[in-house]
Design a protein around this ligand. Structure first.
Ligand code: AMP
Length: 222
């Protein structure tokens, strides 16, 4: 796919939004490669804190195991520490509440930056439930697999995330609809939202994202 606009050297900040298990993590790699942005996944940052058994990790685990969101102030100060002036960032799993989105706007205002585009990956709840209950993760590399469609290589050590257990998934979806989905209107009203169908095969979702980003960044092209 040919992208006409060269964004290297420009500040470009992208948000990926969608329910848990919609494929945000999977699509991150492709976008990172194509647009030279730095991925920032709050979920991955928190899992790394848990692994290192830090105080933040201990607090985070209590929320994450139950599928609940951490308090906005904890998340915002973690994100603030990750941001530096030059980097172009792809946010995965952040913001997850309107308060986080407003907090990010304030942080960016100080840095004279802005969110350029928000990509929503749409997947219905019943598909999410099926996907998440079959998801397995390599805790060392962060690689994710699906037991049926993308099984882990033989011998690779994978686990089922505590929050991918069936009883937690329903709660995470409720949290998504109540607390995170309002962000879609928030960014739509700012004219920054593009939406893709996340039920298509991984490569097609990726192509949709790249071509819609191209259209968004180059509105004068047919
Ligand atoms: P994820 O890997 O993005 O699905 O995140 C896993 C869990 O980490 C979530 O269910 C929350 O408990 C916590 N978490 C990750 N990102 C955030 C965030 N932006 N705000 C609050 N909690 C978060």
């Amino acid at each position: 796919m040919n992208i006409n606009k060269d964004i290297s050297g420009e500040n470009m900040n992208i948000i990926l939004v969608g329910p848990p298990g919609c494929g945000k993590g999977t699509q991150t790699d492709a976008i990172v490669q194509r647009f030279g942005v730095k991925p920032l996944s709050t979920g991955n940052l928190l899992r790394s804190e848990i692994q290192q058994q830090t105080q933040l990790g201990k607090t985070a685990k209590q929320y994450m195991d139950k599928g609940e969101l951490l308090p906005d102030n904890i998340i915002l100060s973690m994100v603030e520490q990750e941001l530096t002036e030059q980097q172009n960032v792809l946010f995965d799993g952040f913001p997850r509440t309107i308060a986080q989105a407003q907090g990010l706007d304030n942080l960016f205002e100080k840095l004279q930056r802005q969110i350029d585009v928000v990509i929503e990956i749409q997947v219905p709840d019943q598909v999410i439930i099926e996907r998440l209950s079959q998801r397995r993760v390599n805790i060392q590399t962060g690689a994710t697999y699906h037991l049926t469609y993308n099984p882990p290589p033989e011998g690779e050590q994978v686990i089922q995330r505590e929050d991918d257990m069936p009883h937690v998934i329903a709660g995470r979806l409720t949290v998504y609809h109540q607390q995170t989905a309002p962000l879609i209107t928030y960014y739509q009203q700012q004219g920054k939202l593009i939406s893709v169908d996340g039920q298509a095969p991984i490569e097609q979702v990726c192509e949709q994202i790249i071509s819609k980003l191209d259209e968004f960044l180059n509105p004068q092209n047919p």
